[in-house]
Write a protein that binds this ligand. Sequence first.
Ligand code: NAD
Ligand code: UGA
Length: 480
Amino acid sequence: MSVYLTEYLYKMNKKITKICCIGAGYVGGPTMAVIAQKCPEIQVTVVDINEKRIAAWNDKDLNKLPVYEPGLDKVVEEARGRNLFFSTEVDRAIDEAEMIFISVNTPTKTYGKGKGMAADLKYIELCARQIARVAKDDKIVVEKSTLPVRTAQALKSILHNTGSTNGGVKFEILSNPEFLAEGTAIQDLHAPDRVLIGGESAEAIEALVAVYAHWVPKENILTTNLWSSELSKLTANAFLAQRVSSINALSELCEKTGADVNEVARAIGTDSRIGPKFLKASVGFGGSCFQKDILNLVYIAKSYGLHEVADYWEQVILMNDHQKRRFADNIVTTLYNTVSGKKIAFFGWAFKKDTNDTRESAAIYVADYLLNEQAEIVVYDPKVTEEQIYADLDYLNTRSEEENRRLVTVVNDPYQAADNAHAIAVLTEWDEFKTYDWDKIYNDMLRPSFVFDGRAVLDSEKLEGKGFEVYTIGVGAKGV
Ligand code: NAD
Ligand code: UGA
């Protein structure tokens, strides 16, 4: 079919009626649920090879959805069964859809060339080959996953070369990276700062713009070329992570000098050129993407021979590793240089509040460090399961699974976690931590009763008034 004829057909038929999304994870699930909610005339089918995950998305009990996000249950309740479907029938959904989102995972490679840095694109390639094999008519393929710049070139090559056997099927590729943050995903999807669409065919771009235009103002929908769109996603995450590492670097200096990092953040954040967001010092950023995407950026820069660029961005990761290590190290030093056999309560395990996601959470690495020092850890997190916590520790392969279960206990009650503990370490900024009966916690702890607030969420003066010894990240000890 000629290019002109295809373009003409898109124009005539650009209204999308069926969407398929491959990958029902933290991005695919919520993103498609919102598209279905806002576009009731479009049938949206989210498919995954993980049967357990799809069953959870279909569970009548909305508390059992595989992703915890405030407000997600309401959106799913509204659209599921109407025009939102979750299924393991990948081929069928591909066949029926005019537009296919690829929203599968793109983790850091754990083998071969680029091990520990490059993004592993095997799941993306598998999707492309499956689309090419199944498609019988023209498709718009949308990159929703975060991908290295120029991945669309590889997708194009696979689709065009392997798809041509299906009688000249035409594929248009768009890049439409997702900027939602976990914990605020529904808010972010309902009112995005911007939607970014990169592509080569104006008609394909217009078809996707028309989907988002159901609820996003047109001026917030940016269109670019493919490569700018792909690179903008990695850049956005690198800039965000860089701000966290910058304020965390300063948090250490604050502790030495008696400055308070929260006051410094407020002071600089009121400068409209700097802005107030992403200046919260912490025990270190976590999450599935910041580290992975910066490592990927570093790898790409290196592969073009841009070593200064690579070194610059790598420093953001090195600073983050340092922050996690020094938080753990400070616990050991403060507890008289030994935590062996001492009970330490962890408040929080998720990488941030309002999510059950623990990928790359700072808590995992702080725990690992303290376990190497033979501490006994009791974890309480309002949303993370015991199974997940053990899986996170086992994945590190630092010690045997039996040893992890012997040294780490997971409880459903924060007071039980703190009972008889030498110290409490706050690893996640869950709001509920502020509302606890801290008098009761103090009564049940050993003396001195230490609190290490890695998120600066607790009122340290109040706690000190009750008798606690409090260390807050980025705040120098009194009298420094
Ligand atoms: P995830 O691991 O939660 O979900 C990915 C899903 O894809 C899994 O359920 C997996 O079973 C499925 N999958 C893999 N290969 C498949 C195949 N061939 N066929 C069908 N299903 C397949 O990952 P996620 O957090 O949703 O992230 C997905 C992508 O979005 C990544 O590239 C990530 O960088 C990016 N992203 C994530 C976030 C976030 O907040 N998590 C935000 C923006 C962008
Ligand atoms: C981040 C980006 O914010 C999203 O725009 C992006 O889409 C997403 O990554 C992705 O590509 O996966 P997310 O990781 O879900 O979202 O959450 P963030 O709010 O960015 O927090 C990341 C980490 O940084 C958390 O551990 C958080 O506690 C930490 N953080 C964040 C700080 O320590 N201080 C801050 O000021 C902000």
